[in-house]
Design a protein around this ligand. Structure first.
Ligand SMILES: O=P(O)(O)OC[C@@H](O)[C@@H](O)c1c[nH]c2ccccc12
Length: 392
C-alpha cells in the first residue's frame, strides 16, 4: 500500500466533459501485477469547483464512474442551493445522471429538457463555456502575475458621489453599447473610443463598457482601448460574471468596477466575489430586479453600490416604476441608513424619467440606448438631463 497525495489529475482526463471542473487526488493506491491478472484499488479525494468528496473504487472503470457520479451529485447540490434562494438561472445545461447512478428518482425528472429557459440562462450557459476555455489558456496563476501591470485603479463610487454633488442630479454611468439581444444593433458606425470621449466631454461621471461579444457585440479590446486612450472616467466592465477568474481579468484589462447580477449568483458567490473585488480595488455594482433579490443583497455585508434594473433580463420587459417600487418603505430606509448608492438602470430616455428615478431615491443612473443612439452622444447627455451637465 503506497500513499500518493501529490498527484493531481484533472477529472476532465477521464470524463467526456470538456470542462475541467474537478480534480482527483489519490489518497491510497494499491497496484498488484501478480500474474495472471493486473488489479488495483484506489481511494481518492475528489475536489471540484463546487466541493469535495472521497471515493473508493477497485477498477479503472469504477473510478471513472464514481467520479462522474460525484461530480453530478455536487452539481445537483449547487443548483439546489441556488434554487432555494429563488435563483431560476441554472449555471450549466443539465447533463443527466451518470449511467449507473443510484439515487433519488426525482433527480432524473429534474434533468429533463436541456434547452435554456430564457435569454439570461442562454447567455450564462455560453459564458460558462467561454470562461472555461479562457481559463485554460490563461490560468489564474498567470493572471495574478499580470496584475502588476494593470493600470492604476480609479474611484468609481467616489466619481458618482462627486457628480451627484456637483450637478444635483444623479451621477451618470454612460454605456458604450453597440447592440443588445432585446434591441438589436443600436449604432452602426460604432467607434468605442470616440463614443467614450464624447460621453466624458458631455459630463458622464463613469462609463460602462459592454465586453460580451456574442450578445452585445462588445469586447475586452474596447475596454482596453478606452482605458489606453486616456479617458479619465472610471470604467465599469459590463460582463456576465460567473467565476472569480473574470474579476482578475477585468482588472487587468483596465476596469475600475464590475457588475454582479443577483439573478445569476447565489449569496455565497456574491460574498466571495465582493471580497475579491475589495482585494483587487474594484467597485462592485450588484444588480437586482425584484424585491427578493434586493433583500438577499441587503443581507450581504460590505455592499456599497446596488443597481435596480428596470429591465427584466428573462423577458426583456422594461418598466421604470420598478426602481420606485423597490425603494419604497423599509428597503429605501435601509439603503439611506447604510449610505448605499442606488443606481437606476435601463429604459431612461427623458429628463422626466431622470427626475422620476431621482425622486425614488437613486443617486446614479446607468444609461445606454437613449444616448448611444444620438449622432453626438455628448449632446445626447444634455437632452437626457434637460440641461448641460458638462464641466466646461
Ligand atoms: O440601454 P438602456 O436601456 O439604457 O440600459 C442600459 C443598461 O442598464 C443595460 O445595458 C443593462 C443593465 N444591466 C445589464 C446586464 C447585462 C447587460 C446589460 C445590462
Amino acid at each position: 500500500m503506497e500513499a500518493l497525495t501529490s498527484l493531481k489529475v484533472p477529472f476532465q482526463a477521464f470524463s467526456s466533459s470538456s470542462r475541467p471542473r474537478s480534480w482527483i487526488t489519490p489518497i491510497q493506491m494499491n497496484v498488484s501485477t501478480r500474474n495472471p491478472f493486473f488489479s488495483f484499488s484506489v481511494r481518492a479525494q475528489v475536489e471540484s469547483t463546487e466541493g469535495s468528496a472521497t471515493i473508493a473504487a477497485t477498477s479503472a472503470e469504477s473510478v471513472v464512474e464514481a467520479l462522474k457520479v460525484k461530480e453530478w451529485e455536487v452539481g445537483m447540490f449547487q443548483d439546489e442551493v441556488a434554487a432555494s434562494q429563488g435563483i431560476r438561472i441554472r449555471r450549466r445545461p443539465p447533463t443527466g445522471p451518470p449511467l449507473h447512478y443510484v439515487g433519488p428518482f426525482e433527480f432524473r425528472l429534474q434533468n429533463e429538457g436541456n434547452t435554456p429557459r430564457n435569454i439570461l440562462e442562454e447567455i450564462v450557459w455560453n459564458k460558462d463555456v467561454e470562461v472555461s476555455q479562457l481559463k485554460e489558456r490563461k490560468p489564474l496563476i498567470s493572471l495574478k502575475k499580470d496584475l502588476q501591470n494593470a493600470p492604476p485603479r480609479r474611484d468609481f463610487i467616489g466619481a458618482l458621489r462627486a457628480a451627484n454633488e456637483r450637478t444635483g442630479l444623479p451621477g451618470l454611468i454612460a454605456e458604450v453599447k453597440k447592440a443588445s439581444p432585446s434591441r438589436g444593433v443600436l449604432r452602426e458606425n460604432f467607434d468605442p473610443v470616440e463614443i467614450a470621449q464624447a460621453y466624458e466631454r458631455g459630463g458622464a461621471a463613469c462609463l460602462s463598457v459592454l465586453t460580451d461579444k456574442k450578445y452585445f457585440k462588445g469586447s475586452f479590446e474596447n475596454l482596453e482601448l478606452i482605458r489606453k486612450a486616456g479617458v479619465k472616467c472610471p470604467l465599469l466592465c459590463k460582463e456576465f460574471i460567473i467565476d472569480a477568474w473574470q474579476l482578475y481579468y477585468a482588472r487587468i484589462k483596465g476596469a475600475d468596477a464590475v457588475l454582479l447580477i443577483a439573478a445569476v449568483l447565489p449569496d455565497l458567490d456574491i460574498k466571495y466575489m465582493i471580497k475579491i473585488c475589495k482585494i483587487l480595488g474594484l467597485a462592485a455594482l450588484v444588480e437586482v430586479h425584484d424585491e427578493k433579490e434586493f433583500d438577499r443583497v441587503l443581507g450581504i455585508e460590505g455592499i456599497e453600490l446596488i443597481g435596480i434594473n428596470n429591465r427584466n433580463l428573462e423577458t426583456f420587459e422594461v418598466d421604470i416604476a420598478n426602481t420606485k417600487k423597490l425603494l419604497e418603505g423599509e428597503r429605501g430606509k435601509i439603503v439611506r441608513e447604510r449610505n448605499i448608492i442606488m443606481v437606476g438602470e435601463s429604459g431612461l430616455f427623458t429628463p422626466n424619467d431622470i427626475a422620476y428615478v431621482q425622486e425614488a431615491g437613486v443617486k446614479a443612473v446607468l444609461v445606454g440606448e437613449s444616448i448611444v443612439k444620438q449622432n453626438d452622444p455628448g449632446k445626447g447627455i444634455t437632452s437626457l438631463f434637460g440641461k448641460d451637465i458638462s464641466l466646461s
